[in-house]
Design a protein around this ligand. Sequence first.
Ligand code: 6PG
Length: 212
Amino acid sequence: MALSGGSTPRRLYELLASEYAGQIDWTALEVFFGDERAVPSDHPDSNFRMASEALLDRVPLDRERLHRMPADSGDPVAAAAAYESVLRERVASGPDGFPALDLVWLGIGDDGHTASLFPGTEALEERRACVVANEVPQLGTWRMTLTFPALCAARRVQFLVTGASKARIVEAIERARSSGDLERYPATRVVPREGEVEWLLDRAAAGKARGG
Ligand code: 6PG
C-alpha cells in the first residue's frame, strides 16, 4: 500500500495503531508513500515523520518492507528513479506494465492537488515513470510523488477528506465530475484502470456538496 501525507490521515493512523492494531497483520504489509517533501525524515513537514509518530513506530511492521521516499536527496531525479526500482521490484505489475498497489490513500488540497501532483506542474504530464521529482513553483520547492500511471494502476484508491475547509473543493470536484470535466483537477484524474476509487468524507467536508 501507499500512505498519504498531509495532516488529514494522522487521526486514521492513530486509530489503526491503537483501537484497530490487533485486527491487522502488520507483517503482511509492504508500505510505500504517495509523496514526500524535500526535508529530512525528522523534519516537522516530513510525511514519513507524521506517519511514523502516528502509526509506523507503534506497530510491528517489518521495517525491511517500509519504504520512505528520500525526497531530501541531493539528487532528487536519481532518488525518484531508485524509489521506482524498489516499487517495481516489490509490487507486481498489472496488465499495463505498472506496479499495481493493492491500496493507495490520498488526500486533496484546496487547489485539487493530490499526492504532490499540483496544478500546472510537470509531473501531471508524466506517462511512463511511476515516481518523479516534481518542482512545485507555487510552493517554491521540490516534492517526490507517485505519478498518474502509478496511481491509476492501483487496485483500490481511497481519498480521505475531512473538515469544513475541504467542503469547497469537494463541491467543486463534484461539479466537475458531474459535468464530465475529469481533467480539471489533478485529484479527479486518478481513475484506476482496473481498480476502484472511493472518497471517504466526513460530514463537514461533504457539507456543501450535499446541500449541507
Ligand atoms: C502532502 C500530501 C498532500 C495532502 C493534501 C491535503 O504531502 O501534503 O500528500 O497531497 O494529502 O495537501 O493535506 P491535508 O491533509 O494537510 O489537508
